[in-house]
Design a protein around this ligand. Structure first.
Ligand SMILES: *[C@@H]1O[C@H](CO)[C@@H](O)[C@H](O)[C@H]1NC(C)=O
Ligand SMILES: *[C@@H]1O[C@H](CO)[C@@H](O)[C@H](O)[C@H]1NC(C)=O
Length: 477
């Protein structure tokens, strides 16, 4: 049963939500972080208002097909909301448990998180034995890594990125600024009316509430998880995986990938892949770049590491991420969602929307409003791998039979044809003195038990230092 569950009956058709923008007035609405503006350049025919713009009148009406009767009122979904109680992870899936839905999956491994990992929420050092092994993997993949300059932080509107952002000859194919995609990328579901459901940045404190709702509605999603969040919440990742959701890579520390060196990108993707594999026994083969920040250099490295880039349909960003920081309002996010449903109705393809399970506000918006409305629209709601017509075992390297979902590195030589850059030779060992490409000491690797208390606070909040900083930047911008 996909639509109305007997467990959580949804109020149906048509339900008007009155909201008064004056109450949350954002004259001079804060522009969202420049690095995340990929969605702001949707073709006007699809998404009329530029995302993030203030409502033009003092009050506006949202027309949703359906709302969860237990939804919090919109007036409670604000940046200043008191933290709601969180649930314990339940059940805890033990070592040896086998996921029922994945053909050929290994049992859950022993010994989760007893290994040394890089410092959570920092770009990992590039001179560890692990990263050097992954650099060799990329070098041996046969995928040419384009010689594209490293971008400055801050995205498309930063003056120093002007040439890259214009990308007039499409040699960079920087999606964030131009919407450019390659054959490697997944940005929509093939079938009209299909909603590829995904949530980024968890596992986080309110993810269990989202999982409860999805379970009641018999829905599955794709979770693009941050390695540093997995490090703190391995049992929650196991629950997501064991209950049939797709797990995919969203880097170790959530940086703008186009601002990193090749070796740092490898370290970000490699550690995220590794902590997931250590926790689940399987390695995802899809990734989403934080902020949608991907160009041909990031693309080539991703596919060389066996990771298919998954972005979101151009313009299909709820901007839910900005509610917690006060950068936007829940009303504005719902208006974004209504523009998305309008655009979906005129597209002959299905679509992928950007949402987050990182904050209580984003989970409340999804479970109270967006998902009930999506159900009311009769969308076919599926994880990305499923909407692509693939079985769930195709989503992991260990269980992919490579037939319906071939290694993305295949055919990459025909895509990345410009000048290339050699990777730093991984010659020195972690015990040796600094060598070429050494940006940080390997002693930056920490064991979980030694992680400092400031990071523990971030973990309680479910936020990385990076996301706090991103929030701050967007407030100051
Ligand atoms: C969804 O399906 C139901 C039942 O078939 C139908 O009554 C309703 O009009 C549909 N809603 C939309 C938005 O298409
Ligand atoms: C699928 O391809 C990967 C990488 O190319 C390889 O390691 C794996 O053994 C292959 N799986 C099968 C079932 O052939």
């Amino acid at each position: 049963m996909k639509f109305l569950s007997p467990v959580v009956p949804l109020a149906v058709l048509p339900l008007l939500v009155q909201a008064h923008a004056g109450k949350y007035a954002h004259h001079n609405v804060i522009p969202r972080q420049a690095s995340a503006t990929g969605s702001d350049i949707a073709p006007p025919s699809q998404i009329p208002d530029s995302a993030g713009a203030a409502p033009s009148t003092d009050s506006f009406v949202l027309s949703l097909t359906s709302i969860n009767p237990t939804a919090l009122p919109l007036s409670a979904i604000v940046s200043t909301a008191q933290p709601a109680p969180t649930q314990e992870v339940s059940p805890i899936y033990p070592q040896g448990a086998v996921p029922p839905n994945i053909i050929g999956a290994p049992p859950l491994p022993d010994d989760i998180l007893q290994k040394d990992y890089p410092t959570p929420d920092d770009v990992p050092p590039v001179n560890s034995a692990e990263v050097e092994e992954w650099i060799r993997e990329v070098a041996n993949s046969g995928v040419p890594i384009p010689d594209i300059p490293i971008n400055l932080e801050g995205g498309c509107t930063v003056a120093g990125n002007a040439v890259a952002a214009a990308d007039t000859d499409r040699s960079r194919c920087w999606w964030t600024c131009t919407g450019c995609t390659r054959k490697t990328d997944i940005t929509q579901c093939p079938q009209k009316g299909t909603f590829g459901l995904s949530f980024d940045d968890g596992p986080a404190p309110y993810t269990p509430d989202l999982l409860d709702f999805l379970d009641q509605q018999k829905l599955k999603a794709t979770f693009f998880v941050v390695g540093s969040r997995v490090y703190y919440r391995p049992d929650l990742l196991r629950k997501q995986y064991m209950e049939g959701h797709q797990i995919a890579v969203h880097t170790w520390s959530h940086p703008e990938l186009t601002t990193l060196t090749n070796e740092q990108i490898i370290a970000e993707l490699g550690w995220s892949r590794r902590v997931i594999q250590d926790t689940l026994g399987v390695t995802p083969n899809m990734m989403r770049p934080p902020y949608g920040d991907i160009d041909d250099r990031v693309r080539a490295i991703s596919v060389a590491m066996g990771l298919t880039p998954v972005i979101w349909t151009q313009g299909f960003d709820t901007e839910d991420f900005e509610i917690g920081s006060g950068g936007t309002t829940v009303q504005q996010s719902l208006q974004n969602w209504e523009r998305i449903t309008a655009a979906a109705s005129t597209s002959d393809k299905g679509f992928i929307v950007l949402e987050h399970d990182l904050f209580q506000q984003t989970v409340e918006l999804a479970t109270g409003y967006i998902l009930p409305d999506a159900i009311g629209h009769n969308y076919t709601i599926q994880p990305i791998v499923t909407c692509m017509g693939l079985p769930l075992n195709d989503a992991y390297m260990e269980t992919n039979n490579n037939q319906t979902h071939p290694d993305p590195a295949q055919g990459a030589q025909a895509i990345f044809t410009g000048p290339t850059k050699a990777l730093l030779p991984p010659t020195h060992t972690p015990a040796s003195a600094s060598g070429p490409g050494t940006s940080t000491s390997p002693s930056n690797n920490v064991n979980k038990k030694n992680s400092n208390s400031a990071r523990a606070v971030f973990s309680v909040l479910g936020m990385g230092a990076t996301s706090l900083l991103a929030g701050l930047i967007s407030i100051l911008a």
